[in-house]
Design a protein around this ligand. Structure first.
Ligand code: GLN
Length: 195
């Protein structure tokens, strides 16, 4: 089993380290062809507009959608969650996303006063107590479609969700050293039909 981490911009190295700590083969994905060998893909945090532009330049939009169709599970963290979303509130004009997950996210939702913060979250499906959510100019998930399960909330807003083999977290699990959410995703990848 191999998990790719989209390595165009943002916190991809930390995801690779977190996945390798679980004994998973993790691959820094810089070209769409590399997705062919991946059973799962992490789209990291960073800046969604920058990652999105690079995805366009390299032809990732079509390749990611095709591989998802073929059974590749995808997890987006923060900017990655924005890139997965069907719609984005407070997007940059013309900002493109994959639109694979039936969620609407609000970019930079927490405003200037609390652009970055840490908070303990109860994440459904995780045992062992609260998970420390590291939020960095994070979006929140403003609304979800019928097939989407909310996994965690903070101050009444959804901050983690799952829809089939797609997962979105608006915080940064790769910065905590707590392996539980990476493990949740790896279990999803193992369980996905074609992995
Ligand atoms: N604010 C960023 C964006 O719009 C996301 C921040 C992050 O990924 N930490 O892409």
């Amino acid at each position: 089993m191999k998990v790719g981490v989209l390595a165009l911009q943002g916190a991809f190295r930390e995801h690779i380290v977190s996945l390798e700590a679980l004994g998973v083969t993790a691959l820094a994905v810089r070209l769409p062809e590399q997705l062919d060998g991946c059973d799962g893909l992490v789209i990291p945090g960073g800046e969604s507009t920058a990652i999105g532009k690079l995805m366009e330049t390299y032809g990732f939009y079509e390749a990611v959608a095709r591989r998802h169709e073929e059974g590749m599970a995808i997890w987006g963290t923060c900017a990655g969650a924005i890139l997965l979303a069907r719609s984005v509130l407070d997007a940059l004009p013309g900002q493109r996303t994959l639109g694979l997950m039936d969620i609407a996210v609000r970019r930079n939702a927490y405003g200037r006063q609390s652009e970055s913060f840490e908070v303990g979250l109860d994440v459904s499906g995780l045992s062992g107590g609260p998970y420390t959510g590291v939020f960095i100019r994070a979006p929140w998930i403003e609304s979800v479609g019928e097939g989407v399960e909310a996994l965690a909330r903070h101050a009444g807003r959804i901050v983690a969700a799952r829809e089939g083999d797609l997962m979105a977290t608006t915080f940064h699990p790769e910065l905590t050293g707590d392996p539980r959410i990476h493990r949740l995703f790896v279990e999803q990848v193992v369980g996905s039909p074609r992995a």
